[in-house]
Design a protein around this ligand. Structure first.
Ligand SMILES: Nc1ccn([C@@H]2O[C@H](COP(=O)(O)OP(=O)(O)OP(=O)(O)O)[C@@H](O)[C@H]2O)c(=O)n1
Ligand SMILES: C[C@](O)(CO)[C@H](O)COP(=O)(O)O
Length: 237
């Protein structure tokens, strides 16, 4: 039997409302290439990634398929319809991957925001390798300075000197415990902020899976507001 591969899930079934465009932000052009296509193309460059699962809104299947045409090559890219929440969209992708996880052909799953076009191939590879070795991997970015909550005078909990990090994607985990954790999370009606939150809350034997931070940079931004599109274009240029 050939070595197991890593599956990458790229989430694109959100609405992108904060960007304020007429269409889902993942379909907007970045230097002439649809935003979503940048990270799908990068994931397809990573050595043992197969397949890539792109999660789209039910009404956008055709548009997403068209957006991805220029980057699709020999490796398998599956289109899956997502749900009303990020958690539900992740669940839909994991349900499609479950048979390959059960038969051992996929051993790691990395879940990425399609709204992060600048994630590098090195970051995908590092999170996948870390998950395979330790159990899980989350890209983090050091946030220097004091970060008071909106409108508050006092600094963040922990006070001066506390090391705060921002959490990014791709977040990668061993596939079997991830699939099991998401089934348990769905049964409990859990809605998490990110994959690591669901894994931490629902992994059957958390002590067997160490989730490690992988240092990442500010370039791996998430396009959330309209200004982020211009920043991403400057970085890509
Ligand atoms: N039901 C959902 C919600 C979000 N996402 C994806 O999760 C990522 C992060 O979501 P975010 O950008 O925070 O949410 P959006 O719904 O896309 O944007 P907004 O909150 O501004 O409406 C995005 O790539 C988005 O497409 C998804 O696949 N399914
Ligand atoms: C997982 C995540 O990328 C963490 O940064 C998440 O999608 C963040 O979304 P937010 O709700 O816009 O903070």
């Amino acid at each position: 039997m050939s070595s197991p591969t890593a599956a990458v899930v790229v989430l694109a079934a959100g609405s992108g409302s904060r960007v304020g465009a007429e269409v889902n932000k993942v379909l907007l052009p970045l230097l002439g290439v649809p935003l979503l296509a940048w990270s799908v193309r990068t994931a397809l460059e990573v050595a043992d990634v197969d397949p890539v699962v792109v999660v789209c809104r039910p009404g956008e299947r055709a548009d997403v398929g068209t957006a991805l045409l220029p980057v699709i090559g020999e490796r398998e890219v599956l289109l899956v319809e997502g749900g009303a929440t990020r958690q539900a969209s992740e669940q839909a992708a994991l349900a499609v991957l479950a048979p390959r996880v059960a038969d051992g052909s996929v051993d790691v799953v990395a879940i990425h925001d399609g709204a992060r076009p600048l994630a590098s191939a090195e970051l995908f590879a590092a999170t996948i390798a870390t998950a395979r070795r330790y159990g899980g991997a989350v890209p983090t970015l050091d946030l220097p300075g004091l970060l008071p909550r909106d409108g508050a005078a006092a600094p963040a909990p922990g006070g001066p000197g506390t090391r705060l990090v921002g959490v990014q994607t791709p977040q990668a985990f061993r596939a079997a415990p991830l699939v099991a954790a998401y089934a348990a999370a769905a049964a409990a009606g859990f809605e998490g902020t990110d994959t690591a939150a669901a894994f931490a809350a629902f992994a059957a034997v958390p002590a067997e899976h160490e989730v490690r931070a992988v240092p990442a940079g500010p370039a791996n931004l998430k396009v959330t507001f309209a200004e982020d599109l211009r920043v991403a274009e400057r970085l890509l240029a």
